[in-house]
Design a protein around this ligand. Structure first.
Ligand SMILES: [Zn+2]
Length: 419
């Protein structure tokens, strides 16, 4: 069988494995609470809070969608016209036009241009956050964060670009196999190392102080059968007024993090409710499942790029002869950006399923749906979340069930368990 035949076969195996993972490990069986219950929950929220949240979200919306549209357009412009190939050449020229220079400087230049065109919209977002009192770190802190994230993506990008084009040269017929394995490995490594290498660049983490709350959440974890060494507190208040908690990493790097803003704003019972939700993510290995799905997706994407890369029409549009040429990188980036935009609603839908399971788990574990509902109200208030966002926006990008869905789920849980 030819390398191309093997590529098609491998792609079929990866897609099947991905679909099986999603089919078996995503909780599909829990339908959202009836719409009438959601509307009843909405009516119970303070009118001025809902109005202010909707105003805030409406102020953010144009910039958010414009960033998405402009980012996609520029990626397509660079990838599907010879402009991107020209940019790679120009960036590689000061270094003698060697392929490593074109791969590295050219690749990073293309990524930088794609970042810079959306910079005005990021600034717009920061301006809105400041106007509504959600941002606490000012323009100085915002700029430092931005530069840090550029530096991080430059480092990861340089490793990926150099690795990718080295493999392309060493194995011109089988690069897709090494590339797919490398992409999957990089996704696994990044997710694994995120809590220890990336998150500390942006925040400081300290173990939760000893006291009744810590004892309570550690007991809860023990009761849930989830081994937890510590719950970490992030100094999120240096940047935002938003409250949040999350699980990241897996295996030895797994950790449960709560924002210091959450500890400041919420009652101890509400914090416990949030930790119970996070314990579900730990218990069901949601981060690992998400990472493995992402790794399968990344490997499949490399093979799709290989198969598409021999499509003469696309190469002609990009003004290159071969996908192995670093000047074809903008074409690859355009295809990856397009896949990202198209797959966002699918990822959001899967995430909402997982989050709904974590909510149900939290209520079952604490046996306290009333506090869970109070917490949802507080989250929505503190984060200026639209409790019942527009349907299209919800379907495209909502990673969590809406506030009214979560409140209605709490009421349904209370009814079912008689609490
Ligand atoms: Zn969650």
């Amino acid at each position: 069988m030819s390398p191309r035949g093997w590529a098609v076969l491998t792609l079929a195996v990866l897609v099947t494995a991905g679909l099986l993972t999603v089919a078996l490990l995503i909780p599909w069986h829990r339908p959202p609470a009836p719409r009438a219950d959601q509307l009843a929950a909405l009516r119970d929220l303070p009118v001025d809070q809902v109005e202010r949240a909707r105003e805030f979200r409406a102020a953010l919306r144009p910039g958010g969608w414009a960033a998405l549209a402009v980012g996609l357009l520029v990626a397509l412009l660079l990838g599907l016209t010879p402009l991107g190939a020209r940019l790679v050449e120009l960036a590689g020229r000061p270094f003698g036009g060697h392929w490593t220079a074109e791969a590295l400087a050219g690749g990073l230049a293309v990524v930088l241009v794609a970042d810079l065109v959306t910079l005005p919209f990021a600034a717009w977002r920061q301006a809105v956050l400041t106007r509504y009192g959600m941002s606490t770190h000012g323009w100085g802190g915002w700029t430092v964060d931005l530069l840090k994230s550029y530096a991080l993506s430059a480092v990861v990008g340089a490793v990926a670009l150099l690795g990718f084009y080295t493999v392309l040269r060493l194995a011109p017929r089988w690069w897709w196999a090494f590339g797919a394995a490398g992409a999957a490995g990089l996704v696994l490594l990044l997710s694994f190392a995120l809590p220890v290498l990336v998150e500390p660049v942006f925040n400081r983490f300290t173990p939760m102080e000893p006291g009744p709350l810590r004892t309570e959440v550690m007991d809860l974890a023990a009761r849930d059968g989830v081994p937890v060494r510590d719950v970490l507190v992030a100094d999120a208040s240096r940047r935002t007024r938003a409250v949040n908690a999350y699980v990241s990493g897996f295996g030895p790097t797994r950790r449960i993090v709560v924002y210091d803003t959450l500890l400041r704003e919420a009652t101890p019972a509400e914090v416990t409710s949030v930790v119970a939700h996070e314990l579900s993510h730990a218990r069901h290995r949601d981060v690992l499942v998400g990472t493995v799905t992402g790794a399968l997706g990344a490997a499949a994407a490399v093979i799709v790029l290989y198969l598409l890369g021999s499509a003469g029409g696309l190469l002609r549009l990009a003004g290159v002869d071969s996908i192995r040429d670093p000047r074809a990188f903008p074409l690859l980036l355009a295809l990856v950006t397009l896949v990202g935009v198209v797959s966002t609603p699918v990822q959001a839908m899967l995430s909402r399923r997982v989050e709904a399971r974590a909510d149900a788990h939290a209520m079952a574990l604490t046996g306290d749906p009333a506090t869970f509902e109070a917490m949802q109200r507080r989250l929505a208030g503190a984060n200026l979340a639209d409790p019942d966002p527009p349907r299209w926006e919800y379907l495209y990008s909502a990673s969590h069930p809406s506030t009214v869905e979560r409140m209605a789920a709490a009421r349904a849980h209370a009814r079912e368990t008689g609490r």
